[in-house]
Design a protein around this ligand. Structure first.
Ligand SMILES: *[C@@H]1O[C@H](CO)[C@@H](O)[C@H](O)[C@H]1NC(C)=O
Ligand SMILES: *[C@@H]1O[C@H](CO)[C@@H](O)[C@H](O)[C@H]1NC(C)=O
Length: 385
């Protein structure tokens, strides 16, 4: 978020501006006092997730407005299907829908070509099957030359996801960190090290404990697998990419997890974790990861939600109505942050752009698209910005 900060000398002008701002916007959020701050901090959230906050320090009175924030929403471009539009069409379709961020799962050359000049921010994936070969530095260097340097800066690479949901028990897990290091070094040699961050994408199954969120931890496999990766992320200033699915948590334990908690429709606090009050499961999962990162020495490592979604059919909770509720509420929520990180916008990638007819085995796996392959929207009135 780009905040405009002003000090006391500009306070009056700021209040005039705020008056103007409020007069021209509908206030949809609330004015809240965040008691965990040492000194009071007020947030005023306006439509479209624009937030203003003021806080008083011993030296000054600071008023900050997040001006014209757009939602940090991207969409995953999964392509395990035989009936999708061409890559060129898909990229045009992202642009015409106002989707400014995309995740792809392999360096598909047609996609990269089509992305040139669009300014769409990209998460580029390294397929799990390629991890072992990238533990050879020269192979990693070629990979970076062919798939990144050849397209940069015309393609706006943001993160490289080295592996997706590689489990600690998977033999490929031993290759994740060496491949990350080699890609990092190759990017640095190409003078692209600062802007393009190297990470890996993990699923919630990596958490040995996720409840309550303050007790989130990676568990017994951590020292050999994720802790060294967390150190790498902390050192290089890269975020951890996390796939967050309240849907799977809910269907895995519908006796104990409330549907309204998973769909962001609970009224008020569902559970209290120390000083922090949880009203939705998405925040609880993200904060469990933040706690696990802290415990693994990564207190400063940020989280990017690299996948989240809700299927439209194939199981009782998978309905168009429930998915619409999930996506609308999620998109409205991402600028609010979580109880652990209030006000911190969460970069979030929806899974996925299209239904993928060649996925499985569960029927729901083929119905995670926001659109049908013929580009018809499956859900009404979802706005990505
Ligand atoms: C949402 O999911 C629940 C739980 O499976 C189901 O009972 C309900 O019918 C769904 N609601 C709608 C509106 O589709
Ligand atoms: C979509 O939005 C339009 C205009 O705001 C509204 O008239 C319509 O009822 C909405 N449709 C659904 C299904 O929510």
């Amino acid at each position: 978020m780009d905040f405009l900060s002003v000090n006391r000398t500009l306070m009056i002008a700021t209040y005039l501006f705020l008056g103007f701002f409020i007069a021209n916007h509908t206030i949809t959020g609330s004015i809240s006092l965040l008691s965990h701050h040492l000194l009071p901090c007020f947030y005023i959230c306006l439509e479209k997730g624009n937030c203003c906050r003021e806080h008083i320090t011993s030296k000054s009175f600071i008023f900050e407005c997040d001006l014209g924030a757009t939602k940090p929403i991207g969409v995953c471009n999964g392509r395990i299907a035989d009936n999708l539009p061409s890559e060129q069409d898909v990229i045009s379709f992202y642009t015409s829908n106002g989707i400014g961020k995309m995740r792809i799962y392999d360096p598909n050359q047609a996609t990269l070509q089509a992305l040139r000049g669009t300014n769409i921010e990209l998460i580029l994936g390294v397929p799990n099957g390629d991890l072992q070969s990238l533990t050879t530095p020269s192979t990693a260097n070629d990979w970076v030359q062919n798939n990144i340097v050849a397209f940069s800066p015309a393609v706006n690479f943001r993160y490289i996801a080295v592996g997706n949901e590689v489990e600690p028990s998977d033999p490929a897990s031993q290759y994740v960190l060496p491949a990350m290091q080699n890609i990092y070094n190759a990017l640095a040699s190409a003078n692209l090290g600062g802007e393009i961050k190297v990470s890996t994408s993990v699923s919630a199954s990596l958490l040995a404990q996720s409840y309550p969120p303050s007790a989130g931890s990676f568990g017994a496999t951590s020292p050999t697998y994720i802790t060294p990766i967390v150190s790498f992320l902390a050192t290089t200033g890269a975020p951890l990419l996390v796939n967050v699915y309240p849907y799977f948590a809910y269907i895995g334990d519908p006796q104990n997890i409330r549907l309204d908690f998973a769909l962001f429709t609970a009224q008020g606090t569902v559970f209290q974790d120390g000083a922090l009050a949880y009203q939705n499961l998405f925040d609880a999962i993200v904060d469990a990861f933040y706690s696990a990162l802290e415990a693994a020495g990564g207190a400063n490592v940020e989280i990017v939600v690299s996948e989240t979604g809700w299927p439209s059919t194939g199981e009782a909770a998978a309905t168009v109505d429930n998915a619409t509720t999930y996506y609308k509420n999620l998109i409205n929520h991402v600028n609010d942050g979580t109880p652990k990180k209030p006000g911190k916008a969460m970069e979030t990638y929806l899974f996925a752009m299209f239904d993928e007819d060649q996925k499985g085995p569960a029927e729901t796996e083929r119905h995670f698209g926001l659109f049908s392959p013929d580009k018809q929207p499956k859900y009404n009135n979802i706005s990505f910005s």
